[in-house]
Design a protein around this ligand. Structure first.
Ligand code: ADP
Ligand code: MG
Length: 590
């Protein structure tokens, strides 16, 4: 087998797409001790990938040798394979790249007068000649996969391939803040990153809004040292992609450690959200198994379960020490979102016998909900939960705002304001009521699981074909919450029964609302029909902004809010409560 062919086969493993070339070249530049690296891409790497560095460069002889397989200058004995600190470790990246593209290298070492230029194409040596070039190396990779049509065809759209390049670029840039990196695509600057601190680097790569959201992490133990940053709870988002682990300064994916971090945030963030984090592990290289495959990012740890515990506890402690609380974000107000009643000495009165936190005090036509023992019990449990270990409300006890007195003021017919020890608490009346009613309806739906109020006059629905199909697919779930349909005439299904607590007049709107939400949230396994139904009913019924409230109403609303499990958020995840700290107010007087 010719060496060109062997290289081409090896290339199949190492070089899967343009991003692989970028990764290998940039890692080499980092290893060469550069402090400035520029990357110039054309057509997502199809026509050009150029990496220019100011590192140590290569001699005439080494420049040629670097394209040989196992050319590496980095492995001396096999044992070293397990102790890799540098990036590359197989000594075949350049050989592989050269076998599937046209590669031109210009390089010069500091003390050499002249540099050297080497050209390879499809694995064949083309030429070498002296050249005038700055200190460092300048690789140009053109016509990638020109001789491997299958590979070329396999490439995705430019936007996808370029996104892969960005991912690789970010992973490297995040581990080397002291290197000046720039990335250009088709002549446009994509990133220009001067040497900075790690935090600055993170912010310039991942967004300015992280600036106030990062907490430094420092976990130092005998088996692992973990540094970097983790996000304040308020920075948590659905599908957070700003999550990075590095081990010995090498990017890794690790679902297991991700779980540890998420556990540390338990009760501080909504269950289906995740915080950003940038965590750098340092371990004895003998205790990890860096999969020798160069494109793999999974790494096995000898002490994985110990590290898991250290990580979880360490992040939790970091959060506790820093001034965070279950977090929310309220436009421009520096917000700490904290429960109202906190210290055990100032416990609110237990609800009286007839206290019903689910009673809607604002609706004069409030339907009377069948009181069930179950609900009474739930109600009590919720109040107890308020003070139990696993309540959101008991997190970081000392920092909770403590009610000064039960004084409530309504402003803009939108917010309820109340003084607390640490400042001024604002409650969004609509969102608070939305939360209270949602909670009520969830219980209501459960306790009426098999109750259906049959309609005296079944109603024929006029729906679009797509809606009928959806309704048919969901018929069992609809039935489970009390909606009974007859599909005899598939074109126009008939509504035969509705949940007992629902007004007949509202039922059509609710069904349409559910179908609408379902369309929108389709594919999101989190939302069940039950959940959507509860949201729909409560959103509709909740008092809106513009509704004037009496002192008594405000008081009841707030008590009811804090009797729910997640008083800090409305059911659609928006903050309900904001505390403006007294320091903020004092600042304004300066
Ligand atoms: P590896 O990085 O695994 O050693 P590569 O095929 O990526 O293997 O590179 C081969 C060798 O070429 C490296 O060991 C290094 O000596 C040399 N080399 C590659 N890129 C550079 C560079 N940008 N600056 C200096 N030397 C380089
Ligand atoms: Mg390499």
């Amino acid at each position: 087998m010719s060496s060109a062919l062997a290289n081409q086969i090896a290339a199949g493993e190492v070089i899967q797409r343009p991003a692989s070339v970028v990764k290998e070249l940039v890692e080499n530049s980092v290893d060469a001790g550069s402090d400035k690296i520029s990357i110039n891409i054309k057509d997502a790497g199809r026509s050009l990938i150029q990496v220019i560095d100011n590192g140590c460069g290569m001699s005439e002889k080494d420049a040629l040798k670097s394209f040989e397989r196992h050319a590496t200058s980095k492995i001396y004995k096999t044992d070293d394979l397990f102790c890799i600190y540098t990036k590359g470790f197989r000594g075949e990246a350049l050989a592989s790249i050269a076998s599937v593209a046209e590669v031109e290298l210009k390089t010069r070492q500091e003390n050499d007068q002249m540099g050297t230029q080497v050209v390879f194409s499809g694995g064949e040596f083309i030429s070498q000649s002296p050249v005038n070039t700055p200190k460092g190396s300048n690789f140009s990779v053109k016509s990638l996969f020109f001789n491997v049509p299958a590979r070329r065809k396999f490439l995705k759209a430019d936007s996808t391939e370029f996104q892969h390049i960005i991912n690789e670029f970010q992973r490297i840039a995040l581990t080397h803040p002291t290197i000046d990196f720039s990335l250009y695509h088709n002549g446009q600057t994509v990133f220009s990153l001067p040497k900075v601190s790690l935090k600055q680097r993170i912010i310039s790569l991942c967004g300015k809004n992280l600036n106030s959201d990062l907490i430094p992490v420092e976990i130092d133990t005998s088996i692992v040292k973990i540094t970097g940053f983790t996000g304040k709870p308020q920075a948590a988002k659905k599908r957070n992609d700003k999550q990075y682990f590095f081990v010995n300064n090498r990017f890794m994916k690790n679902a297991y450690f991700n779980k540890a971090v998420l556990l540390a945030y338990e009760k501080l963030i909504l269950p289906d959200t995740a915080p950003p984090y940038f965590l750098y592990f340092e371990v004895d290289p003998h205790t990890i198994d860096v999969n020798v495959h160069p494109t793999k990012t999974e790494i096995n740890f000898e002490n994985a379960s110990d590290i898991f515990k250290l990580l979880q506890a360490g992040i939790r402690e970091t959060l506790n020490k820093s001034d965070v609380a279950p977090a929310i974000d309220f436009e421009n107000v520096e917000a700490v979102d904290l429960p109202y009643f906190s210290s055990k000495s100032e416990m609110p009165e237990m609800p009286k016998e007839n206290f019903n936190p689910f009673y809607n005090p604002f609706n004069s036509t409030t339907r009377s909900f069948q009181e069930t023992d179950k609900r009474e019990k739930n109600n009590l449990e919720n109040w107890q939960k308020l003070y139990s270990e696993d309540s959101l409300l008991t997190v970081s006890d000392e920092k909770m705002p403590v009610a000064v007195e039960r004084k409530f003021l309504q402003i803009k017919e939108k917010y309820i304001v109340s003084p607390v020890k640490s400042g001024l608490m604002f409650i969004n009346q609509f969102r608070a009521h939305f939360r209270v009613l949602y909670h009520k309806y969830l219980l209501e739906i459960d306790s009426n699981a098999d109750g259906i109020q049959s309609l005296l006059y079944p109603e024929t629905l006029s729906l679009e074909a797509q809606e009928v199909a959806m309704l048919y697919d969901l018929r069992d779930e609809f039935l489970a919450v009390g909606f009974d349909f007859n599909f005899d005439n598939f074109k126009s299904p008939v509504l035969k029964g509705i949940p007992p607590y629902l007004d007949k007049d509202r039922s059509m709107d609710v069904i349409l609302d559910i179908l609408g939400c379902y369309k929108q949230e389709y594919g999101n396994i989190q939302s069940s029909i039950k959940d959507i139904l509860a949201k729909s009913l409560s959103r509709n019924e909740a008092i809106k902004a513009g509704r004037k409230l009496s002192e008594k109403e405000m008081e009841t609303l707030i008590d009811s809010l804090f009797a729910t499990k997640e008083p800090n958020y409305s059911p659609d995840g928006k903050p309900t409560i904001v505390v403006v700290p007294i320091e903020e107010i004092e600042k304004k007087f300066l």
